[in-house]
Ligand binder design. Sequence first.
Ligand code: XIL
Length: 298
Amino acid sequence: AGTLGAAAAQSDRYFGAAISAARLGDEQYTTIANREFTMVTPENEMKLDATQPARGQFNFTAGDRIYNWAVQNGKRVRGHTLLWHAAQPSWLQALSGAALRQAMIDHVNGVVGHYRGKIYAWDVVNEAYADGDSGGRRDSNFQRTGDDWIEAAFRAARAADPAAKLCYNDYNIENWSWTKTQAVYAMVRDFKQRGVPIDCVGLQAHFTSGSPYNASLRTTISSFAALGVDVQITELDIQGAPPQTYAAVVNDCLAVARCTGITVWGVRDQDSWRPGDSPLLFSGADKKPAYDAVLGAL
Ligand code: XIL
């Protein structure tokens, strides 16, 4: 196969990219994106501040722009993300307690309801666990409404769109030995045991020298899969884009049947949220060595 999407499809997987609505007028960008990728994640356009800038006033203009571009070009969409400590509108940041809990559920209902039947998978909750060795939750306004906020969000999302897969998404949960990985693993195991609706775990995979790729990624993927959830690499970018590391990530996903797809967090280096790291597969219109390594591994 001559493209990432076609190569991934040979094993019934997808290969996606984060797409930015502001770049859809850039022909070099859309040419690459349309040719190479079979799954689209809106980079920012379905986040809380974008979709509900004022309480009860939903705005799907930018989200729909990406959704429509994807579907018109035969691609599926990962919804990203319903509840996150960041990118919150100020009205939401000002709430607490029962009012905030209700606003969370209303937000899930509003966004998932708008896209009902149209989304492959939602990142229902993003980055809810703390870094380091506490093994606990990240402090946030959502967390302060009670430990059960995550399961409440998943139950609301399931009711609002029974067809969408529901994912928990986080970073620094790629290395099996990390405390944060084990904490998320325990949550997913608990959800499966108690019947809380969860279908997938997203490993962001933003690798840097401080947070590097480790071969235990394969154990992490297979361990989550053994709990009965799909696993996806959701935001892959690697500092310096070493070809062998990119190939290793692909091989780790392909080694586990329930690893259903890989998404890179942007198209060209100039599109990256950390362009100084040159972490992606394209430089301008050119395929980088990491691209060839990924295509060869798929
Ligand atoms: C980033 C976007 O790439 C930036 O454009 C934005 O300014 C901040 O968010 N984890 C996530 C993504 O789940 O939503 C983040 O995306 C990167 C880290």
